[in-house]
Design a protein around this ligand. Structure first.
Ligand SMILES: C[S@@+](CC[C@H](N)C(=O)[O-])C[C@H]1O[C@@H](n2cnc3c(N)ncnc32)[C@H](O)[C@@H]1O
Length: 496
């Protein structure tokens, strides 16, 4: 019988979502802090639950071959890089295993055809979006209503399982513009005594800094998330950020970074959302332009855009490989964001001699839908249409065809290929039912959560679709996250 305080030797063969090593005692999972897969450790049990237990590493008896010294100076504090202590090769092995095991255990597949995970050659500075909380350690209200900061301005990332901000001025995953803009903001907040939001008193101004970098063009957008209506002396801040980016050296490929857009995002009061719904451009353009291969995409502040542009291309090429487009297909791109996957497919169909196919996308963020339709125009892809709404509500209407209140007509759409790319929570069951009822030959599912992917694969299996193959793609090196793209075909229709 296991007891709290008991010491035991454990072989670690897996990793939890929170980055604890997982070992087993008599079949029971033990989550071990400070251990990684491949380690043999002496651990002390700290908590026992009905079906699992927690422990802490006391001694590493035999280190894992994947163990490395952490490269990042903030790794002990910052909660961002769960896999900071593991070699890149080890990270890839763990992620691939996780995808396979979830497909077996939750997806009900006996031995899924899963390709090796596709990793990055250079797994650093890949993030085109830096999302940094801001703190000044709390605020104090003096007589006369003057609000002052209690401490120094920190901009960086949250500590693991906390809302304490670790000041990061050189994150290995972020782009140089993100670091430069953050430093300019630190200096501005200090010189102009600007407060950061204090959740305790629900007062103070600055909440988050979000920096989007279009890697293909060098265009940069700074989004200042505030608990208020505006930033005093904001023209000085814009100038400081602009100078900081201007001072950056040009990249080896000759691309120069430019601050093209500064946006205030209003997000007032108590909320768990990083950004609010209202965006006010205060300098430059309301969107930035990104280039991927021969396509260009406009990206607005609230729109989702894949954070790793190098691996995004790998992922989308895999979608094309699974789709095997002839140019005549009707493609539904559900959860389409700014339309990138659908437009990538439309561009591929344009290269075929019989280019009669169509792409229809559905997305629940209005700004992203507007971007998607503009992106279709920018790229001259006229056989595409992107609609605003929740996929589960819009899909049944789209399959039948309808005319909306303004007289806007959507013709009945009969899809050959349905692409699903939902958020981590996966697809609503009614959406999966509508997808299967539409009867496409192929379903291509792009997922950032292997557990919900596996759950949905099982449901689609019960609805008449068979799993053909999948490929994990490492979009998020040094973190526990992994992307997977899979192909399912209508039973009896496997022609990949
Ligand atoms: C993982 S992103 C994929 C975006 C896009 N396919 C891409 O590759 O950039 C998921 C998208 O689904 C959208 N979304 C979330 N829930 C939705 C829903 N119920 N219906 C339609 N879109 C939704 C989000 O706004 C986000 O843009």
């Amino acid at each position: 019988m296991m007891e709290k305080g008991q010491k035991c030797q454990l072989q670690i063969d897996d990793m939890s979502n929170e980055g604890q090593g997982i070992g087993r005692i008599d079949g029971m999972a033990v989550f071990v802090k400070g251990a990684i897969p491949g380690d043999t450790v002496l651990a002390e049990i700290t908590k026992i639950k009905k079906n699992y237990a927690f422990a802490v590493t006391k001694e590493i008896v035999e280190p894992s071959p994947y163990r490395i010294d952490k490269e990042c100076p903030y790794a002990e504090e910052c909660g961002g890089c769960t896999y900071a202590g593991m070699s890149y090769q080890g990270q890839l092995a763990v992620k691939e295993k996780q995808v396979r095991e979830k497909l077996i255990r939750l997806g009900g597949l006996e031995s899924p055809e899963l390709n090796s995970i596709v990793g990055m050659d250079e797994p650093y500075a890949y993030r085109n979006k830096g999302q940094m909380p801001i703190s000044t350690g709390g605020i104090i209200t003096r007589k006369g209503g003057i609000i002052e900061n209690l401490g120094k301005c920190t901009i960086g990332f949250y500590k693991a399982k906390s809302h304490d901000v670790v000041n990061c001025d050189k994150c290995l995953l972020q782009t140089p513009p993100a670091a430069a803009v953050a430093q300019a903001l630190r200096e501005f907040m200090k010189s102009d005594n600007i407060t950061a939001y204090d959740p305790k008193w629900e007062k103070g101004l600055m909440r988050h800094l979000v920096v989007k970098t279009a890697m293909g063009t060098g265009e940069v957008m700074a989004i200042l998330v505030i608990n208020g209506k505006g930033i005093p002396n904001s023209s000085k801040l814009v100038e400081m950020m602009d100078e900081a980016i201007y001072a950056l050296p040009a990249r080896e490929d000759g691309v120069e970074y430019n601050l093209e857009s500064v946006v205030i995002n209003i997000n007032k009061g108590k909320t768990s959302e990083i950004m609010g719904k209202e965006c006010i451009p205060i300098a430059g353009k309301p969107t930035i332009l990104e280039r991927v291969g021969d396509l260009e995409f406009e990206v607005s502040p609230l729109a989702f855009y894949q954070v790793n542009p190098v691996q995004m291309k790998v992922l989308y090429d895999k979608v094309l490989e699974y789709a095997q487009l002839k140019g005549t297909e009707n493609i539904l791109d559900l959860y389409c964001g700014v339309g990138t996957i659908g437009l990538y497919c439309a561009n591929e169909m344009r290269k075929k001699s019989s280019n009669t196919g169509k792409v229809l996308g559905i997305e629940s963020v209005k700004g992203a839908v507007m971007d998607a339709n503009r992106n279709a125009v920018i790229n001259g892809l006229v056989n595409t249409q992107f609609l605003y709404g929740r996929a589960e509500e819009e899909l049944p209407k789209v399959l039948e065809g309808y005319t909306d209140k303004e007289g806007f007509e959507v013709q009945a759409f009969n899809p050959d290929v349905i692409i699903l790319d939902p958020p981590r929570s996966g697809c609503a069951s009614e959406l999966l039912e509508a997808v299967a009822a539409a009867g496409p030959d192929k379903i291509i599912y792009v997922s950032c959560d292997p557990a919900t992917l596996a759950r949905d694969v099982k449901i689609l299996g019960e609805l008449g679709y068979q799993f053909v193959e999948g490929t994990p793609v490492d979009m998020f090196p040094w973190t526990r996250h992994v992307e997977t793209v899979i192909l399912m075909t209508r039973c009896g229709k496997n022609d990949k």
